[in-house]
Design a protein. Structure first.
Length: 579
């Protein structure tokens, strides 16, 4: 089918591309699902236009025999439905590979080594369905044939996704099968190795947002309030289906302030509650985060970061909200910040976020981003029954007057639900005494500030969930966080295999900063490399602040995720320069 069979060790990569409105993302997600059902380990990355209509849309699919950690360095195939846009993929094809483009468009000018073939996607769609807009189904069938996937797999998933039924559904199936047959006719049978036997056993295909939603349900969340905002909206959509099945509710409310305020009300009443937003909405929540800390009400806030500032690039990724999560808000108040490293971890860190909120009665912020949130990965099926769940302390012993904010060894007092006889209490953002009554007494304020701050002192550093990899004795340490993990891990493993020792560590709890856990790692390194999808380098600043070292930043903030090859080149340059 192609002149060169892709190296199965680095995986197989294909991209569907076109304009916004061509159905590229849905076709790509269906293709990812079909590949997973065929037995491949899958990673899928979407590129969505910021425009309501038009602009460039793309879906990049990487298949492997094992875990797919990161986007591919280069592509093997591109199917482009755009008009005059096919040439934009030349750099990603890396001087080789196959480009299939709409034969009705302009012939792309490409460097030598790339084979370009025009195919009549739109004409076939019109012939089979009477609608040229169905050409994404034709392209889907073509892509499945290239990957050696039987047409029935994507057809079955497409019927579910698009609600195919009747004559329209049959037309869609014909278009998909016609695209599959077209590839076999023009390109020949697939020459790819077969998907590994049992490669997807026990695996499901999830996005980061879906994993967060599933983690919230597993943790016992029963109330979700949110305002739709890219790229966090899928969490609201998923929980709107799941929570009512479990006696809970998910509401789309008027703005982000209302969302967090309603979460605090539900948590005060005794239910676990969560909201999810992106940078602009998170900024609006700053005052209410302070209320959660002052009134000591557990709550989980998910910030799915996007490229900023302000409205920024809503459909692109960035890690620019870290310092806002750690320090944002007026006055000094405790909060905990966690960050999952991949889709599987998004489930577990969401459960962990609820456990931390309930245990310490503080707001917990879970930092995701567009890359992680909308990425697709095959992951082990999350098992609700195996996760440990922490509940808040509700029983208040004794017969005397209840003092909600009385001193406690760890700073955490019982939180009985409203209406408990003899255990009424006030939750206020105004400074208060031990019973919850407002107090302007200076000594009381000092006691309460110290009491709240002491909670963070009780959280052990060794509970930060740090993921370590690479060569243990290497002098070059890569210290990162969040969604860059996959690309960094693959880069580090490549370098170690090639004889350049590097080690990496990724803590999952970012605040309180796990200084005692990370200090030995940093102390024995000669070079500390900090990769971050951020212009300001918030993580590098925290590393320097706590360890007194100079962090060597590797930054990317063009809205795209890191690629392993680019990182490997940069880290190798730093490692060799220091010898």
């Amino acid at each position: 089918m192609a002149e060169t069979v892709p190296d199965p060790h680095r995986g197989i990569a294909i991209r569907l591309s076109g304009s916004g409105g061509d159905g590229i993302i849905s076709a790509g997600e269906i293709l990812a699902g079909a590949a997973a059902r065929a037995g491949w380990a899958v990673g899928g990355w979407r590129e969505t236009p910021t425009e309501v209509s038009g602009g460039h849309a793309g879906f990049t699919l990487r298949l492997g025999a094992g875990r797919v950690l990161a986007p591919p360095d280069r592509l093997d195939w591109v199917i482009d439905l755009g008009t005059g846009t096919a040439g934009r993929h030349a750099a990603d094809l890396g001087g080789s590979g196959l480009l299939l483009h709409e034969s009705g468009g302009l012939k792309p000018e490409l460097p030598g080594g790339i084979t370009a073939i025009g195919l009549p996607f739109e004409a076939i769609a019109r012939s089979e369905t009477g609608n040229g807009r169905s050409r994404n189904a034709v392209a889907l069938g073509t892509a499945a044939a290239i990957l050696g996937i039987p047409a029935e797999l994507p057809a079955e998933l497409a019927a579910i996704r698009y609600g195919w039924s009747g004559a329209a559904g049959e037309g869609g199936r014909r278009a998909l099968r016609a695209g599959h047959a077209l590839a076999l006719e023009r390109l020949g049978p697939s020459r790819l190795p077969a998907a590994p036997a049992g490669g997807a056993a026990g695996q499901v295909l999830l996005s980061g947002n879906e994993a967060v939603a599933r983690g919230a349900v597993a943790a016992g969340c029963r109330r979700f309030y949110g305002y739709p905002i890219t790229p966090a909206t899928e969490i609201l959509e998923r929980l709107a289906v799941e929570l009512p099945r479990r006696g809970g509710s998910a509401l789309s409310v008027e703005d982000e302030l209302a969302a967090l305020a309603m979460c605090l009300g539900s948590s005060f009443a005794g239910d676990k509650a969560m909201t999810a937003t992106s940078g602009p909405g998170f900024s609006l929540m700053a005052e209410l985060l302070g209320l959660a800390a002052a009134a000591e009400i557990p709550v989980v806030v998910v910030d799915v970061q996007r490229a900023g500032p302000c409205t920024g690039l809503p459909t692109r990724t960035e890690q620019g909200d870290l310092l806002a999560a750690v320090f944002g808000g007026h006055g000094d108040f405790p909060r905990i910040v966690v960050a999952p490293i991949d889709v599987a971890d998004a489930f577990h860190q969401t459960v962990h976020a609820f456990n931390l909120a309930e245990r310490w009665q503080v707001p917990v912020i879970l930092l995701s981003d567009q890359d992680l949130a909308q990425r697709l990965q095959t992951v082990p099926e999350p098992d609700d029954g195996t996760v440990a769940i922490v509940e808040r302390t509700r029983e208040a012993p004794g017969d005397g007057a209840f003092r909600r904010y009385a001193p406690a060894p760890d700073g955490v007092s019982p939180m009985p639900p409203p209406g408990t006889p003899g255990r009424c209490w006030r939750a206020s953002g105004q400074e208060h005494d031990e019973s919850g009554l407002p107090s302007a007494d200076p000594e009381n304020h000092v006691r309460m500030m110290r009491r709240r701050a002491a909670k963070l002192d009780g959280i052990p550093d060794d509970a930060c969930g740090a993921e370590t990899f690479g060569a243990p004795a290497a002098e070059t340490l890569v210290l990162g966080w969040g969604s860059t993990y996959g690309a960094v891990r693959e880069a580090v493993e490549r370098l170690c295999a090639a004889g350049t020792p590097v080690r990496g560590i990724y803590p999952k709890r970012l605040w309180p900063y796990p200084a005692r856990r990370l200090e030995p790692e940093v102390a024995r390194a000669r070079r500390v490399v900090v990769p971050e999808a951020s212009a300001g380098g918030g993580w590098a600043r925290l590393v320097e602040m706590h360890h007194g070292v100079r962090a060597i930043r590797v930054a990317r903030f063009d809205g795209r995720p890191f690629r392993p090859g680019d990182l490997a080149d940069r880290i190798e340059e730093i490692a060799l320069r220091g010898r």
